[in-house]
Design a protein around this ligand. Structure first.
Ligand code: PEP
Length: 261
């Protein structure tokens, strides 16, 4: 019997950092490290850098994506961007529901649900971010919060439509604080995410779904986090801004593929 292994995907989230020039210089040095049939390396970059980076990574396995998009296909929404514009610029994926968007720009699950649908329509892979706040964690509400976010953000979608979905579990209390969740905590929640997806969609979808962990991942904890069976990849903010750290994490992640044989 051939055993199935989920892909390992390492995504950098650059947030509002890096000019086009800085981004191009980073990517040109990253390209030689990224190999075919190995760890997937994705970069969620500022809108301004998408087009030029997408050109630069053509014929390489590197994927360029966006950090947000609007839920409409077009319209009078000053300052917003549509999925089809990102796709045309060369984006392959888009982060949706990041906790900074939820907290600072009041995005709710219904809005995120409309964005997921629009991203799929535009041919972008949605990377749906879910995670509980510190208060919710301390109140023992993690599973309830995660279940609600998954259910509401993926409402009215069917398993067949979600084959390209990636889920990123990002406990809000771990993002940008230098203190990641322990591998055991992340594993427990990510296994729960898979269970919810199996119950709500199908066990086939849940089995093949890439679920990333994000929240203060760095060169010291990446390998241990990835050693957990339900952690298929990492979503990395701060440590993805340094070429040296990001390359080290990408190289460390190769051990997950090697351990799968
Ligand atoms: C993020 O913003 O998605 C993130 C995980 O940030 P950091 O790695 O800096 O905690």
């Amino acid at each position: 019997m051939v055993s199935f292994h989920r892909p390992v995907v390492i995504t950098g989230n650059w947030k509002m950092y890096k000019t086009i020039q800085e981004a191009q210089s980073f990517v040109s040095q990253l390209i030689p490290v990224v190999e075919e049939d190995d760890v997937g390396v994705w970069l969620a970059v500022p809108f301004t850098a998408i087009y030029s980076l997408a050109q630069e990574v053509q014929k390489t396995p590197l994927m360029i994506g966006a950090q947000n998009m609007n839920d409409a296909s077009e319209g009078a929404f000053t300052g917003e961007i549509a999925g089809k514009m990102l796709k045309e610029a060369g984006a392959s994926f888009v982060l949706l529901g990041h906790s900074e968007r939820r907290r600072l720009y009041h995005e709710d699950n219904a809005f995120i649900n409309r964005k997921v649908k629009r991203a799929l329509e535009a041919g972008l892979r949605p990377v749906l971010c879910v995670g509980e706040t510190l208060q919710e964690y301390e109140a023992g509400e993690t599973q309830h919060v995660i279940q609600t976010q998954l259910t509401e953000c993926l409402k009215e979608l069917a398993a067949e439509q979600l084959k390209s979905l990636v889920i990123a579990y990002e406990p809000v209390w771990a993002i940008g604080h230098g203190q990641s969740a322990t591998p055991e905590i992340a594993q427990e929640v990510q296994s729960f995410c898979r269970q919810v997806m199996a119950e709500q969609f199908s066990s086939e979808l849940a089995e093949q779904l890439v679920i990333q962990y994000g929240g203060s991942v760095n060169t010291s904890n990446a390998k241990e986090l990835l050693s957990q069976p339900d952690i298929d990849g990492l979503l990395i903010g701060g440590a993805s801004l340094s070429l040296e750290s990001f390359i080290q994490i990408v190289n460390d992640s190769k051990s997950k593929i090697q351990s799968q044989g």
